[in-house]
Design a protein around this ligand. Structure first.
Ligand SMILES: [Zn+2]
Ligand SMILES: [Zn+2]
Length: 471
């Protein structure tokens, strides 16, 4: 639930960023992410001088690495760095130094070659490659103090520059010469690595996503969330699974009087009782909670507990002591929530948790309006074993669930206890069975029900999730 929303938020954020100044709002910035291993590409050497009828130049310029091609790039004002990357000629040094060598040779060999020294901007990078050092420093500063091991770099270059660069490179650049974008990323990564050799650049699932806007030299560092899997048990009937906004103010603008300015209907939730220790330990901004199904506030969750994935957002540190987290949760919740099987997880597991349809065992206690012969009660209830029941969407959830009829199987019934007008039993059912409705029938919406087979009204006293049969 929350994950889909978060993804959307992420996307909105990036898109908003991409459209700041240029580009369309539809741009997918992830398209911009440049593969990191592009450096060691073989250059195809040209041995012919291919003539070109470009009227802009004074002579026919063949593509590099032909000397005339290089001379042409010099003439149109390419910077040394671009000269080097487009020339396709191996030089002693690389980057600006390599280009400077090539320029020198070109000027020596072409006495009539005049370059417009006053030309301020390189046509193939608009002097962007001079900013690599700056950008790298901004990135290193932005990452300072953050705990991470992997980084992915995304770069946004204005479209007109990209097009112009591409035009010149495909016409005059040596075949296989590196595009501006990957050159920029390669150089940036190299300098960053010199500043912090522990940084690992990756193409997916980074700890940090660094986005560079080359127009404004703005650098955004997005700390990716960390995920943890675990199972929780809840031994109280007063705590909802996830945060529940205040009914009066809906949690807006700092809450209201009714909720003591908390914005919450219930101060505590399983989400926060588990999430808060993580937020504190990892100096994170917030959490999202993804449970394998949920129980009502007044339903306890026992046994080995309900599987969940906790998403910890924007953490400063990424590796909390999980044993310490388990005991901290126990302490802070005063024993009402306890967590086991904690381990690290990922976003993929959120989908798995959401999709898993596991059987559950419940214990329910209810009161009958009219008592009857105990043997009759026992046989009537036990006859529901292996039955497939039909449940129309319960009235209590009809405002948020489509109204339809679901078929659910009762796998087992056991531990049937009859005490006067109170009955207690354990049931194992297919995922998604509404247990309270199975007992009281929800005005006949569940068929058959315990109430219908006993022929009397049943009032549910309490319900426990005894176990979630999964993982
Ligand atoms: Zn340049
Ligand atoms: Zn309120």
């Amino acid at each position: 639930m929350t994950s889909a929303k978060d993804d959307r938020d992420d996307k909105v954020e990036w898109v908003a960023y991409s459209s700041a100044g240029y580009g369309s709002a539809e741009d997918d910035l992830w398209d911009d992410v440049v593969p990191i291993e592009s450096k060691e590409k073989e250059i195809d050497w040209y041995d012919d001088n291919i003539l070109d009828d470009d009227t802009v130049v004074q002579w026919d310029a063949p593509p590099c690495p032909a000397p005339l091609g290089i001379a042409h790039l010099v003439r149109i004002g390419c910077c040394d760095h671009c000269l080097h990357r487009l020339a396709g000629v191996k030089t002693e040094s690389t980057g600006f130094d390599g280009g400077s060598q090539l320029r020198k040779t070109a000027l020596e060999n072409n006495s009539d070659l005049i370059t417009d020294q006053k030309k301020a901007e390189c046509p193939t990078c608009e002097n962007l490659l001079e900013d690599v050092g700056n950008v790298s420093k901004i990135i290193l500063d932005a990452c300072d103090g953050l705990d991470f091991s992997t980084v992915q770099i995304g770069v946004h270059i204005p479209k007109d520059l990209m097009e112009e660069e591409d035009r010149i490179r495909s016409k005059y650049g040596a075949p296989g010469s590196l595009p501006l974008k990957s050159t920029f990323v390669d150089e940036t990564q190299q300098i960053i690595r010199e500043g912090n050799e522990k940084i690992n650049f990756v193409k997916e699932k980074p700890d940090l996503m660094v986005l560079i806007d080359t127009l404004t030299l703005r650098v955004d560092v997005d700390v990716r969330p960390v995920f943890f899997y675990g199972r929780y048990t809840k031994t109280t009937r007063e705590i909802p699974q996830t945060r529940w906004p205040c009914r009066s103010c809906r949690g807006r603008s700092g809450g209201c009087e009714a909720c003591n300015s908390t914005g919450l209907q219930y101060i505590d939730s399983v989400q926060d009782l588990i999430g808060r220790p993580f937020v504190d330990a990892m100096q994170a901004s917030d959490t999202a909670f993804h449970g394998m199904g949920r129980e009502d506030i007044d339903v306890r969750c026992l046994g080995s507990g309900r599987p969940f994935v906790l998403e910890v957002k924007s953490p400063v540190t990424r590796k909390p002591d999980l044993a310490a987290m388990e005991s901290e949760i126990e302490t802070q919740s005063k024993g009402q929530i306890s967590v086991n099987s904690l381990r690290s997880s990922d976003r993929k597991e959120v989908a798995r948790i959401k999709q898993t349809r596991s059987e559950k065992t419940y214990t329910i206690r209810f009161k009958v309006e009219e008592t009857a012969d105990e043997d009759h009660v026992r046989s009537s209830i036990m006859a529901l074993t292996s039955e497939v029941i039909e449940q129309q969407t319960p009235t209590r959830v009809s405002h948020r669930r489509a109204d339809k009829i679901r078929k659910r199987k009762i796998t087992a019934i056991q531990n049937l206890l009859i005490e006067g007008d109170e009955i207690e039993l354990s049931l194992r059912c297919e995922a998604g069975t509404y247990i309270k409705e199975l007992v009281h029938s929800d005005d006949g919406r569940t068929k058959p029900s315990v109430s219908s087979v006993l022929g009397t009204a049943c009032e549910v006293l309490w319900l426990d999730v005894e176990d979630v049969h999964s993982d």
